[in-house]
Design a protein around this ligand. Structure first.
Ligand code: HEC
Ligand code: HEC
Length: 480
């Protein structure tokens, strides 16, 4: 009887435990893992600019922390205006900047997408609103500024649950349970994850700032993703345009990335995405297929201002005699030896076959099959890039060291020694962005070509053209 009674009681207790655990489990799942799909998006461009590629799960920042940081730590941003001071493209009326997602995975989280570096913005005149071009170079985005901001916030003692929750309270009413979760799990966890990130490698004295529109791409891969040892190299690179990817024909020997370190578009997309999402989700390869299809077929944007058709026609034979042997020939999309093109060598020095092997191994470990990074061909030059949509790809060369197309047609001795990157006002005369004057100085960063990795040497072509011929060539370049 007693036995039976205690047996019944046990069953009751056990039942209760199971029910409670069930509720706890469901709550935990609901609060941490329940995914609410984002979208729908009005267009493919919009999906590219704002749609999640899965970075929220393993690498997202809790939305409410993201929301209060600029108010709590304005001194760690480069200027007033919150995240906008980082130059990231931001459409009027949008809650999130371009390339920033907001998605519920248990709780609302923020992550990044390709678009933070691969969406261009430009303005036709100083008082007009910016236009945004998906898959264009994000020449205004200050990615290093964003990393530095996160690092400085999390290292500040004020980054603690009491202060953060006080600030969050000014913006929203979290439920009692959510406040507990933020206090005991979400904030400490975020702090730990950010503190574990090694940002030191990008702060050496002999390295210039990446500035707007650039990052130290291969070192980011080596140190963030592959956790390789620092090797002292510094290879700042301009964000490229990534439209019209179907122009790359690997079977014809074309390669991708500035130095041709990668076989094909699918590999680049996957590697770029792995850098963002950290842990690929179930739909990862589907996302990649979508990106490949979208970017493969996306046409380059047409020059949006008037073109003098007769002048452009005069420029065409000049292009054919001076430029086409690399930019519209069997050499296009292929490596031109550094000894021949003569541009800054630092980007090439920042990548190696050893790093390629590590990257390929890592992708396999993450369960992703792709052709991968090149492990055998010599990486001794820069790709003679396709020039589609070249009007929007300033500043020019792999390190963004020449502000305009007009400057690129000058001998090195006459190119600007320093200028300001990051202003979005378009310069229709020289083709590029306005790179001096008060506003350019205020919103941009000074690019000093004398610093390591910033050199503007080499690529001296078309120098023998007369001033009138250069004007005609520039007119023709508008049509590409
Ligand atoms: C933090 C900035 C950043 C992000 C985010 C980023 N990229 Fe890039 N991307 C770059 C830079 C810089 C390069 C040039 C790398 C090099 O060769 O030095 C590049 C190169 C590329 C290229 C090669 C272009 C060519 O012509 O060879 C493609 C394609 C590309 N990225 C696609 C993507 C996609 C797709 C995503 C999102 C899944 C993405 N990138 C995310 C900065 C970024
Ligand atoms: C011998 C081959 C060769 C010739 C000739 C040549 N280029 Fe290039 N071009 C390259 C290479 C290689 C690069 C990439 C170099 C780098 O970024 O360091 C490049 C880069 C460029 C870029 C920068 C692209 C970007 O996205 O920043 C432009 C613009 C350009 N070339 C225009 C021209 C024009 C215009 C001519 C003719 C006057 C010309 N090139 C002649 C090989 C050549």
């Amino acid at each position: 009887m007693i036995m039976e009674k205690s047996g019944k009681r046990w069953k009751l207790v056990l039942g209760l435990v199971i029910v409670l655990a069930g509720i706890g489990g469901v709550t935990a799942w609901y609060k941490f893992f329940r995914e609410v799909p984002d979208g729908p998006f009005a267009s493919a461009d919009e999906r590219f600019m704002y749609g999640s590629i899965g970075g929220e799960n393993a690498a997202g920042i809790p939305y409410w922390i993201y929301a209060v940081l600029p108010r709590m730590f304005p001194e760690y941003l480069p200027g007033p205006g919150g995240y906008a001071s980082l130059g990231i493209a931001w459409e009027e009326g949008r809650e999130m900047p371009v390339g920033f997602t907001k998605k519920v995975v248990g709780f609302p989280r923020v992550s990044n997408t390709c678009a933070v570096c691969h969406t261009a913005s430009y303005r036709a005149s100083a008082d007009s609103t910016p236009r945004f071009v998906a898959a264009g170079p994000g020449h205004t985005s200050n990615v290093q500024g964003f990393f530095r901001f996160l690092r400085d916030c999390v290292n500040d003692p004020r980054f603690n649950p009491d202060n953060l929750l006080d600030e969050i309270k000014l913006l929203t009413d979290l439920s009692f349970l959510d406040r507990l979760l933020y206090r005991f799990i979400i904030i400490p966890f975020t702090k730990k994850a950010l503190l574990e990130r090694n940002f030191d490698w990008m702060e050496r004295e002999d390295m210039a700032a990446w500035g707007h529109g650039r990052d130290d791409a291969m070192n980011l891969t080596k140190y963030f993703m592959l956790e390789m040892d620092e090797d002292g190299t510094f290879g700042p690179t301009d964000f490229p345009s990534i439209w019209n990817l179907k122009k790359y024909r690997p079977e014809q020997g074309m390669r991708m990335n500035w130095d041709g370190a990668t076989w094909n578009a699918r590999s680049v997309l996957i590697d770029s995405a792995l850098g963002i999402v950290a842990e690929p989700q179930n739909d990862f390869l589907e996302q990649m297929d979508w990106l490949l299809e979208y970017l493969g077929n996306l046409p380059p944007p047409k020059y949006p201002f008037p073109i003098d058709a007769a002048l452009a026609l005069e420029g065409r034979p000049l292009f054919e005699s001076e430029c086409a042997r690399c930019h519209q020939s069997e050499r296009t999309g292929k490596r031109i030896p550094l000894a021949e093109v003569g541009t800054d060598e630092n980007r090439i020095l920042s990548w190696s076959h050893e790093a390629a092997k590590a990257a390929n191994k890592k992708a396999l470990e993450l369960g992703v099959e792709r052709r991968g990074m090149i492990e055998d061909e010599p990486l001794d030059g820069y790709i003679a890039v396709h020039l589609d949509g070249i009007w929007l790809r300033a500043p020019y060369l792999h390190n963004g060291s020449v502000p305009t197309l007009a400057d690129l047609l000058k001998p090195v001795s006459e190119r600007p020694v320093f200028f300001y990157r990051g202003y979005d006002l378009y310069d229709r005369v020289n083709l590029g962005f306005v790179s001096d004057g008060a506003v350019a100085e205020r919103v941009g960063n000074r690019h000093d070509t004398r610093l390591r990795g910033n050199g503007n040497q080499g690529h001296e072509y078309g120098l023998t053209l007369s001033a009138a011929e250069k004007l005609a060539l520039i007119e023709y370049l508008k049509t590409l």
